[in-house]
Design a protein. Structure first.
Length: 140
């Protein structure tokens, strides 16, 4: 039997993931977590992805202001149980998902794309494409 193509997350998964993201953000913002690394450096919770059975949550985080995320990830892993209990108190679910913390690299990727678009060679190509589009519109 051939495999079905993978579906995207359901509306329920998206809603619960957003509630978990907000609960984690509130706990980190209020300073409920007593870890020197987390109090010294604010953390942004950018995204939460839930498994289809909602037993596992992959939490994407980035330290505010960028920089090395390894110490922050280590601190979050140390405080995983405390954070999970905050999620349990905030989000009413039968099972609270296990939390796994990952570094969010989307901001770095966006910076690289921005730098590429500002490159003089690419900017020249982009401006010549826009000129060609303007030329095509004048012909209509």
């Amino acid at each position: 039997m051939p495999k079905q193509p993978a579906k995207g997350p359901s509306q329920r998964q998206l809603r619960v993931a957003e509630e978990i993201r907000q609960a984690l953000s509130r706990a980190l913002e209020r300073g409920d977590i007593y870890d020197p690394e987390l109090t010294r450096r604010p953390v942004t919770v950018t995204k939460v992805d839930l498994s289809p059975d909602m037993r596992n949550a992959m939490v994407s985080v980035t330290p505010l202001g960028g920089g090395d995320a390894k110490p922050t990830l280590d601190a979050l892993k140390r405080q995983k149980g405390v954070l999970r209990s905050h999620v349990a108190n905030s989000v009413h679910m039968k099972y609270v998902p296990a939390l796994r913390f990952l570094e969010d690299t989307s901001f770095d990727i966006a910076d690289n794309i921005g730098a590429l678009l500002r490159d003089p060679h690419v900017a020249q190509d982009l401006s010549s494409d826009e000129d060609a589009d303007d030329y095509d519109k004048e012909d209509d």
